[in-house]
Design a binder for this molecule. Sequence first.
Ligand code: TYM
Length: 338
Amino acid sequence: MDQTMEKKKVMLSGIQPSGDLHLGNYLGAVRNWVKIADDYDCFYFMADLHSITVRQNPADLRRRSVSQLAQYIACGLDPQKNTLFIQSHVHEHAELGWILNCYTMFGELSRMTQFKDKSAKHAENINGGLFTYPALMAADILLYQSDFIPVGEDQKQHCELTRDIAVRFNNLYGPTFTVPEPYIPQVGARIMSLSNPSSKMSKSDPAGCVFIMDPPEEIARKFKRAITDSDTERCVRYDPENKPGVSNLMSIYSSVTGLSFDEIERDFEGKGYGVFKPAVGDAVVEALRPIREDAARYLADKEYLRSVYADGAARASAIARKTLRKVYKRIGLVEKPF
Ligand code: TYM
């Protein structure tokens, strides 16, 4: 077959609109999505159904889902090249999610670290959805016969469970799903909190979290206040074990400037944390500035955003429908006569 006619591999990923996009989401996920748009058939969505496993304010959830789309586009995801949609607009996700629940074991779900972390954080609301969340995530991925899942390190365990579910299903009913692989960046896969470098950057810790839409002064302030290490050496050296704070800042700096750790160490030789921290802040401000400005522009054009997510849902549904029909048939559900 002519090389140019070969079907592109499928990439798929999503982010929960449970908070605004932060630097971890950007460096661990979205930035890498942008780099691969030409080489893959890409699907990216706002995982609103996943967000409701934790209580959300309905107006905020609605606003954030649309604002996340504006930020995806501002980060460089061209809606012509990528299918961008809102998860709940493609009802096949919830339907296949239910089915895959029946092929996912209690023991497997019990081992998920995200479930353990979130149930500790939301002890008053450990609902069934929080527990079965990975089966819905598997549905998101398997509906599109995805080959790769570009995510940060923290989603690796869910991706592995998705593979196990796909293999289990294929073994029972014959080839139905492509078995996907996680696609995790070398640098930036695990950005840590600026206020506590032993836990990952997350929207639930706003002081240690840099949001894409934060004003420049706010970003600069957060980096100046970033917790560094209490070692006596106080030099800029990559050593995640003994110097987690400065190593995290180096990962961020390397991600946004493209400099290697060796080059960063050389550039900041003899200069202490007091010089390095604002330099990282400035580099992040400059990297995020065009994104913030473009996102604000897209956000002002609600009609355009609506047309993007309507078109995305139509494209996504056409594919999801086919997979779901195949699954229904495989497991013995009677075909719908209309
Ligand atoms: P979520 O919404 O928590 O995070 C979205 C993406 O951002 C990455 N990420 C990070 N990367 C580096 N450092 C960090 N501190 C950091 N924090 C978050 C995550 O790894 C992820 O890639 N379950 C998913 C959403 C989801 C999904 C899917 C992903 C639902 N369905 C299907 C892929 C495929 C989640 O909660 O990601």
